[in-house]
Ligand binder design. Structure first.
Ligand code: ADP
Ligand code: MG
Length: 266
């Protein structure tokens, strides 16, 4: 979809058809004697939403943690900007799968932002300008109305959008999202995907989203990576979600047979 939007021949020669991209080269994670990930090679293009799918235990969350540098890994992560020849570690934003919150705490969304951003304790200073800035940040993710809400009173979807707003300050070059497996209803999930989709276009972000919802992946992702210890397949949602390797990985052989007889995939 965006392959031609920033078409750049030098970039394409180097395997990245855009003004910038993130290259994950030969990533591997071994914990103790267990190989969790090996030979992971990916190009994540700017302005694209790349969904990572795979069965439970495939290593999706481990990949995100390794990219963030939270766990030791082999291989390299590079952010490449072709217009100025820059090659560096990318500025990253991260939205975790979940957050352990004390639901009885009086801490509000505004308190959280001020505590993260301000050099002063939140209860000492609440200048109008700072409050306005937080409201602006929340508006980016359709969450301005949550400014004064207690964190513990937010729904799963609302909390994810608040965390998304936090991950966007400063605006990262690559945004890593681990989709929550529980606590978000269908409307919340839809709004989350729509918001992420808008951000991708507005900020030309590279987005890596670990997803458990194949319907959302089909509708919103530009590229899909099927992961199970290593990259089994990468391509458009159409290519990956209709591939034999996808059906085999998720043990959906009966679906594959149905498809062969004229049924639709998933
Ligand atoms: P996914 O997110 O795809 O469900 P994970 O990345 O959480 O999978 O886990 C991948 C595999 O690595 C699983 O088999 C899990 O048990 C194992 N694993 C994850 N963290 C550790 C750890 N700290 N020590 C040992 N094994 C781990
Ligand atoms: Mg996980």
């Amino acid at each position: 979809m965006t392959e031609t939007r920033f078409h750049n021949h030098d970039a394409c020669r180097q395997g990245c058809c855009g003004l910038c991209c993130t290259k994950i080269e030969d990533f591997g994670v071994t914990i103790g004697s267990t190989v969790i990930l090996k030979n992971v090679n990916l190009h994540i293009h700017c302005g694209e939403l790349t969904a990572i799918i795979g069965p439970n235990g495939a290593g999706k969350s481990t990949l995100i943690k390794a990219l963030l540098g939270e766990i030791p890994h082999t291989g390299t992560l590079k952010f490449v900007q072709y217009d100025n020849g820059l090659l560096k570690a990318p500025v990253m934003g991260y939205v975790p799968q979940s957050l352990n919150l004390d639901t009885t705490s009086p801490t509000s969304v505004l308190d959280l932002f001020l505590a993260c951003r301000s050099k002063y304790p939140a209860w000492l200073i609440r200048r109008k300008r700072e409050v306005y800035k937080v409201k602006e940040q929340l508006d980016r993710v359709n969450a301005g109305h949550l400014l004064s809400r207690r964190l513990g009173a937010l729904s799963g979807g609302e909390l994810q959008r608040v965390l998304l707003a936090l991950a966007l300050d400063p605006v990262p070059e690559i945004l890593l999202l681990d989709e929550p497996v529980s606590g978000i209803d269908q409307n919340g999930l839809e709004l989350f995907y729509e918001t992420v989709s808008e951000l991708r276009n507005a900020y030309d972000l590279s987005i890596i989203l670990v997803s458990h919802d194949l319907d959302m992946v089909r509708r919103y992702a530009d590229r899909v990576v099927l992961l199970n210890k290593t990259v089994l397949m990468a391509g458009t949602p159409e290519e990956v979600l209709n591939s034999d390797v996808f059906f085999d990985t998720f043990s959906l052989r009966w679906q594959k047979e149905k498809r062969g007889k004229g049924g639709t995939a998933l």
